[in-house]
Design a protein around this ligand. Structure first.
Ligand code: FA5
Length: 345
């Protein structure tokens, strides 16, 4: 029995030393030290021994168990350490390798153009004002000299929510709101960028939802020449000195006199194409001197104050500036289109 125990000890220690993995080592532990293991088996036979031999054998069995357990434990520490080292070796980072480029987004071309226009006007002393997209009929039309039933309301086909509430068809209601806030006193110089909505059929230059930037100047002795000069500075800065600009007489109920400004079409060099509808020109804004009725409704005395206003479409400006042939590109979010505007950031 003594010999058998010694044999088992040597065998277990040998196997533990050769174990190549923690799993293998655990199997050895279970095999030799477990309840169904050979040492337990040997101990079961102790009943046949004499009273003197029994404690001696018991002590030896415990020694053997202890020796095997110590060896297994030492091997376990060794294997665990080796496992950590192997993992570390696998995770070694070579800091000299070139990094993988991170995909970075860029500003939407419309955001860029709107910020550029804002910066230009801020540089001329304007402030940026905003108003709600879901607007009252009063501010969108009535306060702009367009009473209910006025035929000129048909110029802007509207999305009504209730009889009195609609999605604003232009940014001009911000004019009316700002003037009302000033309670008829003092000068105003604002630009108002924002989204507007119309029941227009989508085509190369029309969208049912688009952006506008409104401008409003109110003060004393403001003249049509101030408006013309401002628009010229804007157009030359935006499109370059060489692009042609024209002002055409027009009609808006909230301005008198009214004009529209066109820029020569970049796509066809003025010869005519589907972007300019074969005219060689693209209309980018409407403008005029603020109608006395509009000033009066907002609390300004039209005998003392006057002003000018304009409203432009940044999509069309971006199309002209970047040579984009269809307004729908701005809203279909094709990354191949959007990425082209990353270069200039
Ligand atoms: C207006 O909306 C007036 N509120 C502008 C104005 C303001 C005039 C202040 C006088 C004083 P109009 O409907 O022409 O005007 O639109 C102005 C600009 O918005 C147009 O020149 C064009 O650039 C753009 N625009 C109009 N409809 C669309 C559309 N469906 N899709 C894209 N851009 C459009």
């Amino acid at each position: 029995m003594q010999e058998r125990l010694k044999e088992l000890q040597a065998e277990a220690i040998q196997k533990a030393a050769e174990a190549a993995s923690l799993k293998e080592l655990n199997d050895i532990r279970v095999a030799y030290l477990g309840k169904k293991g050979p040492i337990t088996e040997v101990l079961r036979g102790m009943g046949k021994l004499s009273a003197e031999e029994r404690p001696v054998m018991g002590a030896l069995a415990n020694e053997v168990r202890e020796a095997i357990a110590v060896k297994i434990e030492a091997k376990q520490t060794e294997l665990e350490e080796a496992e950590v080292q192997a993992k570390l070796a696998l995770e070694t980072i070579d800091v000299t390798l070139p990094g993988r480029p991170v995909k970075v987004g860029n500003h939407h071309p419309l955001t860029k153009i709107i910020e550029e226009i804002e910066d230009l006007f801020i540089g001329m002393g304007y402030e940026v004002a905003e108003g709600p997209e879901v607007e009252q009929d009063y501010y969108n039309f009535e306060a702009l000299n367009l009473p209910k039933g006025h035929p000129a309301r048909d110029m802007q086909d509207s999305f009504y929510i209730t009889e009195e509430i609609l999605l604003r068809t232009h940014t001009s209601p911000v004019q009316a709101r700002t003037m009302e806030k000033h309670q008829g006193k003092g000068p105003i110089k604002i630009i108002c960028p924002g989204k507007v909505y119309r029941r227009d059929n989508d085509d190369a230059t029309h969208s049912h939802q688009f952006m506008q930037i409104e401008g409003l100047v109110v003060g004393e002795n403001i003249r049509m020449s101030d408006l013309k000069g401002t628009l010229e500075v804007f157009a030359k800065k935006m499109f370059g000195e060489d692009r042609e600009i024209r002002l055409r007489p027009s009609f808006f109920p909230f301005t008198e006199p009214s004009v529209e400004m066109d820029i020569s079409c970049k796509m066809c060099g003025g010869h005519g194409c589907n972007v300019c509808k074969q005219t060689g020109w693209i209309e980018i804004l409407g403008a005029g001197m603020v109608h006395p009725n509009v000033l009066e409704m907002a609390g300004y005395d039209p005998k003392k104050y006057n002003g000018f206003a304009f409203g432009m479409g940044p999509e069309r400006i971006a199309m002209l500036k970047y040579g984009i042939d269809d307004i729908r590109h701005f809203y279909t979010n094709d990354v191949r289109f959007l990425k082209q505007f990353a270069i200039e950031e």
